[in-house]
Design a protein around this ligand. Structure first.
Ligand code: HEM
Ligand SMILES: [Cu+2]
Length: 552
């Protein structure tokens, strides 16, 4: 996507980090409508919530080191897995990539100066913070934090005496934040593409953010209303879901999963976009199957909305219903497989440069494939009856959400960090930390597949002695993983203050637009709006080099 007038960006303009608008100092950040600054606000707040969520996960693993009581009582354990789930889902993986990297890079990638509704964008960050604080606040209130699991299943969530209402409202407000981001991105992609940027010239991460944004807009209101109904049922005793009051608990599960299954695609699609962005850069090859990757994002968004009841095979459903949802679940695997195929085809014969972003991407492909394939296993009725509510499920979704989305997030951070801050982290350390992360992650979660298969129930504080060996291995894995996370954040924070300065525009040799503007970007991104003439990921020079090498 080479282009003359953007290359004329002469660096006289100050970067967005130093830019002085109407407000200065801290207000210049808290009241900024610059999509890049909002992206950083999200990055900071999201990292704090991630640390809190990981701490709860770490404590759970410590508790499970021995059967019976290890460090906490059962009620605390129930609250902690609920808080862990709520924080990780609603404050980290769902908003994660769109809110941080979508905000920062989506406008740049399509050649725009900002998102379509900058003020709405700032509002969605405030809603995010308020929702997050509300979730944390429930810890301090009398009654203690909710102990229902992040799924708030009925009838327990109507009957427990813990603080379910603040948690419900937190999720409700966070839903609004997510919807507003979705509305903003859809409008931005439709209205603000630079001249010449047709749909099929858009970078693949834009396609996936676009597909995600539609799911955010269409699915999130359902969970909002459902959680509101639970709150109404709790406060006024109206019988909607609780059978004792004449309601239907299975109805709740349908409504919950009609959002929450598509939500797993809100979590994974943007990460898939990042993977599609990073692979061609570090394999030095044109992406294989651009249109297939782009269209499979849309297909995932569409089909992913039709499979929710695979979470309810044991909850009571007709045989026909079960069969249809099982079949649809198999079908939704196809577009994901198409992506994996095209990524691997791009890597094939590429000259692969194992820089930190690429390492995280390769781990993503490996771990997401394990998560996806075990998902297909769970889609098979007979298998699901067996593994339902065991730690097999916990392993499966951590492979998808942490091994997939989490690693995708870290890949994006290592890839775009120098562009965002104009500073470079310690690459050698980052590579070593990656290996610790990879080993830690797999040691932590793989044993959960085995013990789940053998019958270890999920959300249990206690267990039979025969499971202990798996729990011990898993807990040791969590120590490795948490140490790696510490080192990773440490490396970034050190780089912010003491890291080598980067002024080079194109740090990795990428061909998308962000690599053609100043590092760090100026306030308005582009001095002149670029005119796009070519599709991204051409890598013609490299292909020529490779061809001549092969010919020799
Ligand atoms: C150091 C990192 C982590 C550790 C040690 C950890 C550990 C655990 C454990 C032991 C459970 C089982 C709770 C139970 O069933 O009783 C769990 C559940 C869960 N984890 Fe994690 N986790 C970590 C990171 C993550 C991340 C990064 C995510 C999201 C991306 C995540 C999302 C969840 C969810 C949604 C649940 C289900 C909670 C529920 O069943 O209500 N975890 N985690
Ligand atoms: Cu699902």
């Amino acid at each position: 996507m080479s282009n003359e007038n953007i290359l004329s960006n002469n660096g006289n303009d100050v970067s967005y980090l130093e830019y002085k608008g109407k407000h200065t100092g801290i207000l210049g950040w808290l009241l900024s409508t610059d999509h890049k600054r909002i992206g950083l606000l999200y990055l900071i707040s999201l990292s704090i919530f991630l640390i809190v969520g990981v701490t709860f996960g770490f404590l759970m693993r410590l508790e499970l080191l021995t059967p019976g009581r290890t460090i906490m009582d059962p009620q605390t354990y129930n609250s902690i897995f609920t808080l862990h789930g709520v924080i990780m889902i609603f404050l980290f993986v769902v908003p994660g990539l769109p809110a941080v990297f979508g905000n920062f890079f989506l406008p740049i990638l399509i050649g725009a100066r900002d998102v379509a509704f900058p003020r709405l964008n700032l509002l969605s960050w405030y809603l995010y913070v308020v929702g997050g604080l509300l979730a944390i606040l429930s810890i301090l209130l009398p009654g203690g934090p909710a102990d229902t699991g992040w799924t708030f299943y009925i009838p327990y969530s109507v009957r427990t005496n813990t603080n379910v209402i603040p948690a419900l409202f937190a999720a409700f407000i966070l839903g609004f934040s997510s919807i507003l981001t979705g509305v903003n991105f859809v409008t931005t992609v439709h209205r603000l593409r630079a001249p010449g940027m047709d749909w099929f010239k858009m970078p693949l991460s834009v396609w996936s953010l676009y597909a995600t944004a539609w799911v955010q807009i269409l699915a999130t209101p359902i969970i909002g209303i459902t959680l509101l109904l639970v709150a109404i049922e709790r406060v006024f005793g109206v019988g909607l879901f609780d059978p004792a009051l004449g309601g239907d608990p299975v109805l709740y599960q349908h409504l919950f999963w009609i959002y929450s299954h598509p939500a797993v695609y809100i979590m994974i699609l943007p990460a898939m976009g990042v993977v599609s962005e990073i692979i061609p850069v570090f394999a030095h090859r044109t992406i294989f199957g651009y249109k297939f990757i782009a269209m499979s994002s849309i297909a995932i968004a569409l089909f992913g909305s039709l499979v929710w009841a695979h979470h309810m095979f044991t909850a009571g459903m007709s045989d026909t219903g079960q069969l249809i949802f099982s079949l649809l679940t198999m079908i939704v695997a196809i577009p994901s497989a198409i992506k994996v195929f095209n990524w691997v085809a791009t890597l094939y014969k590429g000259s692969i440069d194992l820089q930190p972003p690429m390492l995280y991407v390769l781990a993503f492909i490996f771990q997401f494939s394990i998560g996806g394939l075990t998902g297909i296993m769970q889609g098979v009725l007979s298998v699901d009856i067996q593994v339902h509510d065991t730690s097999f499920i916990v392993a499966h979704f951590h492979y998808v959400m942490f091994g997939g989305t989490g690693f995708g997030f870290f890949a994006a951070l290592h890839y775009w960090f120098p562009k965002m801050f104009g500073k470079m982290y310690n690459v050698k350390l980052a590579k070593r930390v990656f290996w610790a992360m990879f080993v830690g992650f797999n040691t932590l979660y793989f044993p959960m597949f085995i013990m789940g298969w053998l019958g270890m129930p999920r959300r249990y504080y206690d267990y039979l002695p025969e499971y202990q060996i798996y729990h011990v291995i898993s807990t040791i894995g969590s120590w490795i993983l948490v140490s790696a996370l510490f080192l990773m954040f440490g490396n970034f924070i050190y780089a912010l203050f003491k890291g080598a300065k980067v002024t080079e525009k194109n740090v990795w040799g990428g061909e998308t637009l962000e690599w053609q503007i100043a590092t760090p970007p100026i306030h308005e991104n582009f001095i002149d709006i670029p005119v796009v003439t070519e599709s991204p990921y051409q890598y013609k020079d490299n292909e020529l080099v490779l061809q001549t090498q092969e010919a020799k």
